[in-house]
Design a protein around this ligand. Structure first.
Ligand code: ACO
Length: 326
């Protein structure tokens, strides 16, 4: 096997705003119930950023934690990509705001917009830099304030989402070109713009100059999610040259416990290998995978050297999967 550069995760961080909104609290203002939300989604609560807290603040906290875990400082960072669909401002990119707030030197910084699939897309983009030795210390962040996109009169959507941020540090490390290498080993990214109507925000700079509200045909998205994600996971596993059932942990985007179970069942993945945070975090869009990864690392379940399968699906529709050896 010839030597190859791999993008290796050297640190993981996660941040959730202090305020917790339970299903019971929501049901005081929304026509819903704790029982309905738990039964249909698995969600018990969500975190909500305080008014006036921009998404970049959440991203900065997650990034600081990831850098500390990697033994790096902001001075080392030469590349930042933030996956978000809820930026502080229309421009500049949240990544440049994070760069300023962390005090990183001049480098590469930009955002990726692929909604809930954003973190998987951003990892793939960052891999294009790190594994070509064009970045030495990359921050890949998923950060969202999804509660700001909610129409609080639409009970079919407003109960599903929460705020938070997760981050990883990626660094180039020489590998053997084998599946035993640490780092990002395989990807499958997908998009189908014809499915826009299933999940979108009804506002934007160049349409009505509004932020808009999230609109979703939940049951249609659900159907597509289980089928499409399974295909992408198999494709990412094939790209990496691994068998799906050889993964130590399955880290899905956290939209709905029933989707997590449906995908795991379809792929023959043991439910005990699924990292689930949906009960406590709800759907934090691009932040959900790095937050789940962080939780698994923090509680000691996910260990260095283990093989991870990550997947997501979101507005676009976009979806994708990747294989990572930690
Ligand atoms: N509380 C009480 N009742 C509700 C609520 C609620 N919060 N929401 C909907 N209902 C009602 C509906 O009004 C409907 O009532 P009706 O039969 O009297 O008309 C009934 O529940 C069933 O509605 P469905 O939408 O068919 O319910 P379903 O079982 O499909 O669950 C849900 C809805 C939870 C949204 C589910 O479809 C889902 O999780 N879909 C996937 C969402 C998702 O994964 N999104 C991921 C991407 S998100 C992103 O990319 C930003």
């Amino acid at each position: 096997m010839s030597k190859v550069l791999r993008s290796v995760v050297t640190g993981v961080g996660g941040y959730l705003p202090d305020r917790i909104v339970t299903n019971d609290e929501l049901s005081k203002t929304v026509d819903t119930s704790d029982e309905w939300i738990r039964e249909r989604t698995g969600i018990h609560q969500r975190h909500q950023a305080a008014d006036g807290t921009p998404v970049s603040d959440l991203a900065v906290e997650a990034a600081k934690m990831a850098l500390a875990a990697a033994g790096r400082t902001p001075q080392d960072v030469d590349f930042i990509v933030v996956a978000t669909t809820t930026p502080d401002l229309t421009f500049p990119a949240v990544a440049t705001i994070v760069q300023r707030k962390l005090g990183c030197p001049v480098g590469v910084a930009f955002d990726v917009q692929a909604v809930c699939s954003g973190f998987v897309y951003a990892l793939s983009v960052a891999d294009g830099f790190v594994a070509r030795n064009r970045a030495r210390c990359a921050l890949v962040i998923g950060a969202e304030t999804m509660t700001r996109l909610m129409d609080w009169t639409d009970r079919g959507t407003c109960v599903l989402f929460g705020d938070g941020a997760g981050a990883v540090v990626l660094e180039p490390v020489e590998g053997e070109g084998a599946i035993s290498d640490r780092g990002l080993l395989g990807f499958a990214l997908r998009a189908d713009g014809t499915k826009q109507d299933l999940l979108y925000v009804d506002g934007g700079v160049s349409t009505n100059r509004q932020t808009g509200y999230l609109r979703m045909q939940g049951n249609q998205v659900f159907r597509h999610a289980v089928v499409n994600i399974s295909e992408a996971v198999r494709a990412a596993a094939a790209d990496a040259g691994i068998a799906v059932d050889s993964a130590d942990w399955f880290i899905p985007h956290q939209a709905n416990q029933r989707i997590l179970q449906g995908v795991a069942h379809r792929l023959g993945i043991d439910e005990a290998k699924v990292i689930s945070t949906v009960a406590e975090h709800a759907n934090t869009s691009a932040a959900s995978i790095p937050l789940a990864l962080h939780q698994g690392v923090q509680d000691g379940r996910i260990k260095p050297g283990q093989l991870l399968l990550m997947e997501a699906m979101g507005g676009g529709l976009t979806w994708g999967a990747c294989v990572l050896r930690l």
